[in-house]
Design a protein around this ligand. Sequence first.
Ligand code: DUC
Ligand code: ZN
Ligand code: ZN
Ligand code: ZN
Length: 484
Amino acid sequence: MSTVIKGGTVVTADLTYKADVKIEGGRIVEIGPDLSGEEILDAAGCYVMPGGIDPHVHLEMPFMGTYSADDFESGTRAGLVGGTTMVVDFCLPDPGQSLLDALKRWDNKATRANADYSFHMAITWWDKQVFEEMATVALEKGINSFKHFMAYKGALMVNDDEMFASFSRCAELGAIPFVHAENGDIVASMQEKLMAAGNTGPEAHAYSRPPEVEGEATNRAITIADMAGCPVYIVHTSCEQSHEAIRRARQKGIRVYGEPLIQHLLLDESEYANPDWDHAAARVMSPPFRNKQHQDSLWAGLQAGSLSCVATDHCSFTVEQKRYGLGDFRKIPNGTGGLEDRLPLLWTYGVNTGRLTPNEFVAVTSTNIAKILNIYPRKGAIMVGADADIVVWDPQREKTISAKTQQSPVEYNVFEGKQVKGLPRFTLTRGYVAVEEGAVKTKEGHGQFVARDPMGPVNKALSTWKDLVAPRKVERTGIPASGV
Ligand code: DUC
Ligand code: ZN
Ligand code: ZN
Ligand code: ZN
């Protein structure tokens, strides 16, 4: 069967033009004027864009004594309703667990996905087995990115020596490390001090993770990556300190990518001062929401190109799950949702305000991450041969965000009440129309794993450190006979 998206304006990261788009067998087969096909989708007045790719989600994630509430079915359904056609989740081996065993668990969970997906492999512990399995993961399993947590001491956190070893391995394999950059030692010590002082509420979560701990860790991660000779991707860049480190490194030619979340762009730290415990706890995530100056810095980074991708870190928990932390903020499961709302919010607050062009919108929601993860132009492009992961975007369509109408099973939405203008008219996942004028027609199990090849040497960092200290032994003539 052939489908033609008719009468719309194609918008990619670099071009805007009027054309019809014809799809067959899940791929784009023709782009041009006056195309015909068996199924016609009316795109008059709409933009025809590559579907969103969310590079950072946690679906059914085992974390802090529970599991995040959205699974691959509800998570990808939420994504499709909001125009996101691919997600990248994090496979988390337990300490001591084989990476390949963990991957089997994630493969199983993802069989219910409605849209395509991929995984980053987390390095949560280190020894020879992990070193060896990284090659299998990167060269045989189609996973070219490895995640490292510099926070969550005693659980997911890795130390500098482990990061250096793993980053060096990434350099050998043509893979890219992803990093959660917060100084986990300092966070743990601040948490203890706050608890001892009787600061047990959700606001203390934010006090224990100030921008400084993120800036320090970002600087450290970038330096370690540069020494290892690999690029690096900093997830959930939330503050000026971290953005500054990224900006400075990029100016030197180091390949570092920063990822602000839609939450950090739009929500601020005053949420934690809300007298309603559930309201504040619902917004507990790491890093926490910041103040307006940090938000301005993130918007400026998207405009200037020093920040590359807007993600969600989608990791939702129910009210009951959040209450595990009553009396001890350290036990509130960290995470907020955003998968369904990322594109409409960024369009409303980015494009409609004039901060971003529609082309920049496509770049930061889809194309840039497709390039970083080496799946461009199969994903992130409107191009003959590309997967037909497409959102037909109606810039006039409006709604008010509300938990009552969302796909996610949690009882609240951190963006509750926000008005958005700009929503999908159709969302297509490999040619299948999963969302049509607000009607959800997702097909459970339609989603497929997207394998990603290792990157070529062109994507390496610029460090010269290794050349400088490469074994160049000094031949000495004067050697003292004894140490005395
Ligand atoms: N931060 C969160 O808020 N949730 C999941 C993991 C993380 O790093
Ligand atoms: Zn994180
Ligand atoms: Zn409230
Ligand atoms: Zn995360």
